[in-house]
Design a protein around this ligand. Structure first.
Ligand code: SF4
Length: 499
């Protein structure tokens, strides 16, 4: 039995849009709904280590609105609520937390995430959050239970920020990254409403696993999950998670949500071999980088059921890749992408367009790159430099940034938005409207008729549920939509005050 009962609610906050919140990013996508992975990881800490009663309320998956959340809290009566804040929806998230705390002041509200870590001072001075977990949260979360149970004092807990009795913001630096994620309990997958999540053209039910944290690459626009240090689950431990999801959720498809799943090819090959031996028989996808792909790895990935790689190509222009500090040779990586075709693995690539220094030639190089590498899908978006990245620092004087009210915009030439829209449309038209592509898609549609129907249904549902996000105002990926996130009157501070 726990020393003190601390009923805990893992709360994926409500939002009028189908936002996916991750530690490293947040986004809106019509064809994805991913589980709140970081929250269920903490759920396991609370339940399996601290023996507390834990529930998850994923308001995005359940389509719960603010009033539903309040009813839920009134019924469950948690002592602790923990949430992760999104990026573009940061201000809305702060509003939701404020409203919850106003109605349930006795609840201890915990918050984590990249923005929460970076801007703990702004949050604690303006939002009634009780504790902010700084950085990788699992072990800090565990220590917080000791604090909340009265077993230790705030001074004994590292990696938290809070207001002391005098109302001053106190920060206790963390010990840094968790050296070995294998020491953490298996995420509380069973708390998820498993049937609610989906990914395009993949059979349902769909599951997700984070098998590594961090990314060793140095792309200057990227907020990595917890930093550049890569920490990984062993292939054996990953297989355990896969088998659990298969047995208990009946999953038929899977996404490895690691920042760069293919960063260590030897590990991928070992895992694929284990999956083949265990006859896992699942369709899966992952995030990758073109320069990490090798033929041997692809061969094993294909045998183990890999259907698709999501690749952050960003640009076909070497000078733009260098500007982003991508560390990739554009020409060499085309050969790797072509190898995926040989093994029947689809490639979906993310491209950036519309940076002020991108020339027409750079843009043309991206379209040519997409066509020459025979990609299956392209996703084009505009780059948002996020605080905490090298690019944000480089462009700082050209960015209109404020924490609360939340603003994060590159200062642009007048008419930029229209120009960017034109570029985006041109990219999609020239890539998707080719006779060869249309013919290939028809074949794909026939092959995967059921998944195509489900994906189409999800797309329509997304459009119905995300009013105002329907084309042409809708932006894919990390895009921000000014029409959606309203400024609120109760806050006013800037990033400079934090620095
Ligand atoms: S490879 Fe991907 S996750 Fe890693 S730093 Fe670059 S953009 Fe970020």
């Amino acid at each position: 039995m726990p020393k003190r009962q601390l009923k805990t609610l893992l709360l994926n906050l409500p939002n009028r849009n189908q936002v996916v919140r991750r530690y490293m990013c947040s986004y809106l996508a019509p064809n994805f709904l991913l589980p709140p992975q970081e929250l269920i990881a903490l759920g396991a800490v609370a339940r399996d280590w601290k023996k507390q009663e834990v529930k998850l309320l994923d308001c995005i998956a359940e389509n719960y609105k603010t009033d539903d959340v309040r009813r839920y809290i009134a019924e469950f009566q948690p002592q602790v609520i923990i949430s992760i804040s999104g990026f573009e929806c940061f201000e809305e998230d702060m509003n939701e937390i404020t409203a919850i705390k106003q109605q349930f002041p006795e609840v201890t509200f915990l918050l984590f995430g990249h923005y929460a870590t970076l801007f703990y001072k702004e949050i604690l001075t303006q939002v009634p959050v009780d504790y902010i977990l700084l950085g990788e949260p699992d072990l800090i979360f565990s220590s917080l239970y000791d604090l909340l149970s009265g077993e230790c004092a705030p001074e004994d807990v590292k990696g938290i920020a809070y207001r002391n009795a005098q109302g001053e913001v106190v920060m206790r630096a963390s010990d840094g990254r968790i050296p070995d994620p294998n020491q953490l309990p298996m995420p509380a997958y069973d708390l998820l409403p498993a049937k609610k999540y989906f990914e395009p053209f993949l059979p349902a039910p769909f599951g997700m696993i984070q098998s590594a944290r961090g990314c060793p690459y140095q792309c200057n626009y990227c907020v990595k999950s917890f930093g550049t240090k890569l920490t990984m689950l062993t292939p054996e431990r990953i297989l355990e998670d896969i088998l659990f999801l298969k047995k208990h959720h009946g999953i038929k498809s899977l996404r490895f949500i690691d920042d760069t799943f293919t960063a260590i090819p030897k590990r991928v090959i070992k895992l694929c071999q284990l999956m083949v031996e265990a006859k896992v028989d699942l369709t899966w996808t992952c995030l990758s980088r073109a320069d990490t792909i090798s033929e041997e790895m692809l061969m094993w990935m294909q045998k183990a059921g890999c259907k698709r790689l999501y690749i952050g190509v960003e640009s076909g222009s070497q000078s733009m890749l260098d500007y982003y500090n991508k560390g990739v040779d554009a020409e060499a990586s085309i050969q790797n992408l072509l190898l995926c075709k040989k093994y029947g693995i689809e490639t979906a690539a993310f491209f950036l367009a519309g940076m002020p220094n991108e020339t027409r030639e750079d843009f043309e190089a991206s379209i040519n790159y997409a066509i020459r590498s025979q990609l299956d899908y392209v996703l084009v978006s505009e780059l948002t430099p996020y605080p905490g990245t090298a690019l944000f620092e480089k462009l700082r004087s050209d960015i209109d940034f404020s924490v609360l009210p939340y603003r994060n915009e590159l200062k642009r030439e007048p008419g930029h938005a229209e120009n960017y829209k034109k570029l985006e449309k041109e990219f999609y038209r020239r890539f998707y409207m080719r006779p060869g592509y249309i013919f290939g898609s028809a074949k794909r549609l026939i092959r995967n008729f059921r998944e195509v129907l489900v994906t189409g249904f999800n797309l329509i549902r997304f459009m119905m549920e995300n009013k105002g996000m329907i084309f042409p105002n809708y932006k894919m990926g990390f895009g921000k939509n000014d029409k959606v996130f309203k400024p609120t009157p109760y806050m006013h501070s800037t990033a400079e005050e934090t620095a």
